[in-house]
Structure formats: structure tokens, C-alpha cells
Ligand binder design. Structure first.
Ligand code: ACO
Length: 329
């Protein structure tokens, strides 16, 4: 019996037009361009200003672009998996809204919450449906409107994130390219090093939670930085070992864009030179579930069929993982 494998057949993206620069942030909190650039690698990030638009809108725009590129009719899509920590509503799932917005009437749809690792978890989930023969065409979307949960009086967090979305279409591969395998890890962060305190079932929204600014992201930056640097590098080495890949075999590292120093530490541990590392954190900041598909979109014209890509991420949860993709286009 031959083994089915999923491949990425198209990539789409959406980025809001508004650019929030470090210089503008200097006027909002006690920070400066030099500090932000040297500590994070970020110069600007995109913000979705339209109050009537949110994560579903961005996800749908990215999905429409991917569908057009692949010349796939939305009615052919069997499944929509959307990774986000900023859903339009707590329920229904944002994926359901996207399904309607793009006219994917034959698809079932659900959200997946794994923070910055969300896109990789969703990619594995979507690929599994194809491998099992339960879907032929799957839309995997990573989308986050991080500005909706950022406290723009907190310099520890508001400088880091931006809004954006990326989407890929998965189809069955007919050769040896595609999504080869993945490794995923979780370590429950009961210390709440990175979390949104209120708005869930434990601390539902009240006048007090709003007044205490508990609906925004809170994080222990140093603790997360340490964990992320270790986790992303370790899992990238793990996936190389699993697939007998040397640093020379890796054509591209596609890292989650949280902090340039985390990305560089991962590339160094892998022995991969900087010319093979996708970096766009300077332009977009950390778009959470959006970072990896946004990298694929920005680099897609430089990729060749058969290129070996290592996708790697670390995020809140804690969640982390890596995926080995042999590029199919
Ligand atoms: N501007 C100026 N100074 C600042 C700012 C700011 N925006 N933020 C913090 N500082 C100050 C601190 O108060 C501290 O001052 P002190 O020494 O007087 O106490 C000093 O700068 C150093 O602070 P650190 O927290 O040690 O700075 P660090 O080098 O660790 O950088 C950062 C902070 C950028 C948050 C880093 O820890 C980081 O990137 N952590 C990972 C967090 C992350 O990316 N989370 C996103 C989700 S998880 C993920 O995607 C992997």
C-alpha cells in the first residue's frame, strides 16, 4: 500500500496597510528605536486599524489569495483549520466565519489554539487528514490580530507583536516532495509566564477584570526568551536527526519570528548560515500564528522544487515543534 503524503500547493497572505514604527511607539511608551531593534530585531509592525475587521477577515483574504494561486474552487476544499489566539469571538470558531466568507461550503472547519506554534500544529493536523484519505484539499490558515490583546501602555509586550495572516493549500503529493514529518512538544505553563488572564471560563469578563487590564497579554519576557531559545533550537536539531539531515542538506530554516536573537541562536545550533534563514521580523514583528506562512509567502519565488525546509516554532502553552518539508512547487 502506498503512503499518501500532503504537499503545499499554494501560499497566500494578508497584511494590514498601517505600519506602526518604533518611532511611533517611542511616543506611546518609555522605549526607543535602538533598544527595540537591538533586543528584538523589529523596526515596524502592521496594525489592522479598521474596527469592523478582525482575524477572520485577514484569514479569509489570505485564503482567497492561496485559492486563486492554486486555481482551486472554494467548493473543492474539504477542511479549513485556522490557528489563532485572537479569534473574532470565543465561539463560534473563526474558521467557521472564514468558511462562509470564502464560500467553502463543502468544508468543515475548526480553530486550533497553540499560540506561536499554532500554524505548525495546524499544518500537521491538515496533513494528517490527507494522509489518512479523509480529505483531498485542506486550507491551513495562521491568523492573529495581536493588536486586539496588546496593552499599549506596557512596553514589555506592545513592542513585540503585529497583525497579519498567511494561508496554505494542502493537496495530495504525487511524488516524493511534501510534508515529510513533524515533531511537536507541549509543557503546560501553569506558572502563566505568557498568558491572557481574563476572558476565559476561569476569570470571565467583569468590570473589575477590565479595570485591572487583565484582557491583555502578560508575559515574563526573560523566562519565555530562555525557554524559546532552548526549545526552538533543540527541536530543530531533533527534526534534522530524525531525517538524517546535515546543515548542508537544509536549504531553508523557516523560523517563527519572535525575536531575532532566538532565530540566530537556532540557526547557529543547527549550523545553518544566515543566507539560508527566512527573516522578516524587522517588517512585521511577531504575528503569532501568521509568522511562518508569511515567511513562506515572502520567499516563495526563491524556493525550488525539492528544497529542504525546516519549519520551527515556540510559543505560549508552552508549545513548540518543527516540520520537515520538501518543497513541491
Ligand atoms: N524599551 C526599553 N527598555 C525596555 C523595554 C522596552 N520596550 N522592555 C523592557 N525594557 C527594559 C527592562 O525594564 C529592563 O530594565 P532593567 O534592567 O532596568 O530592569 C531591561 O530593558 C532589560 O530587560 P529584559 O527583559 O532583560 O530584556 P531582554 O533582553 O530579555 O529583552 C524581550 C526583552 C525582548 C521581551 C525578550 O525577553 C524576548 O524577546 N522574550 C521572548 C518573548 C516573546 O517573544 N514572547 C512572544 C511569544 S512567545 C514566542 O513567540 C517565542
Amino acid at each position: 500500500m502506498s503512503i499518501k503524503r500532503a504537499k503545499i500547493s499554494a501560499v497566500g497572505h494578508y497584511l494590514p496597510e498601517y505600519r506602526l514604527t518604533n518611532f511611533e511607539l517611542e511616543k506611546m511608551v518609555d522605549t526607543n528605536d535602538e533598544w527595540i531593534r537591538t533586543r528584538t530585531g523589529i523596526s515596524e509592525r502592521r496594525i489592522l486599524k479598521d474596527p469592523d475587521k478582525a482575524t477572520a477577515f485577514m484569514g479569509a483574504e489570505a485564503a482567497k489569495e492561496a485559492l486563486e494561486e492554486a486555481s482551486v474552487d472554494p467548493l473543492e476544499i474539504d477542511l479549513v483549520v485556522l490557528a489563532t489566539v485572537t479569534p473574532d469571538y470565543l465561539f463560534p470558531a473563526t474558521a467557521c466565519l472564514v468558511q462562509e466568507m470564502i464560500g467553502a461550503k463543502n468544508a468543515f472547519a475548526f480553530d486550533l489554539s497553540a499560540a506561536c506554534s499554532g500554524f505548525l500544529y495546524a499544518l500537521s493536523t491538515g496533513a494528517s487528514f490527507i494522509e489518512a484519505g479523509n480529505a483531498k484539499k485542506v486550507l491551513v490558515i495562521g491568523a492573529d490580530k495581536m493588536s486586539s490583546i496588546l496593552d499599549y501602555t506596557d512596553r514589555n509586550t506592545c513592542i513585540l507583536f503585529g497583525d497579519g495572516a498567511g494561508a496554505v493549500i494542502l493537496e495530495e503529493s504525487d511524488d516524493d516532495t511534501g510534508i515529510i514529518n513533524s515533531i511537536h512538544h507541549t509543557e503546560g505553563d501553569t506558572n502563566c509566564s505568557l498568558y491572557q488572564h481574563a476572558g476565559g471560563s476561569l476569570n470571565p469578563a467583569t468590570a473589575e477584570t477590565v479595570a485591572a487590564r487583565q484582557h491583555y497579554i502578560t508575559q515574563d519576557g526573560r523566562a519565555v526568551f530562555k525557554k524559546a531559545t532552548m526549545g526552538m533550537a533543540d527541536v530543530s536539531l531533533e527534526i534534522m536527526k530524525k531525517n538524517n539531515l546535515t546543515a548542508d542538506d537544509v536549504d531553508w530554516l523557516v523560523p517563527h519570528q519572535a525575536n531575532l536573537r532566538i532565530i540566530e541562536a537556532t540557526a547557529n545550533r543547527m549550523g545553518v548560515t544566515s543566507d539560508k534563514v527566512m527573516i522578516n521580523i524587522n517588517k512585521y514583528g511577531n504575528t503569532t500564528a501568521g509568522t511562518i506562512p508569511l515567511c513562506l509567502y515572502d520567499w516563495k519565488n526563491k524556493l525550488n522544487k525539492g528544497d529542504n525546509l525546516v519549519l520551527a516554532a515556540f510559543g505560549g502553552g508552552f508549545t513548540w515543534g518543527a516540520t520537515y518539508v520538501k518543497w513541491s512547487m
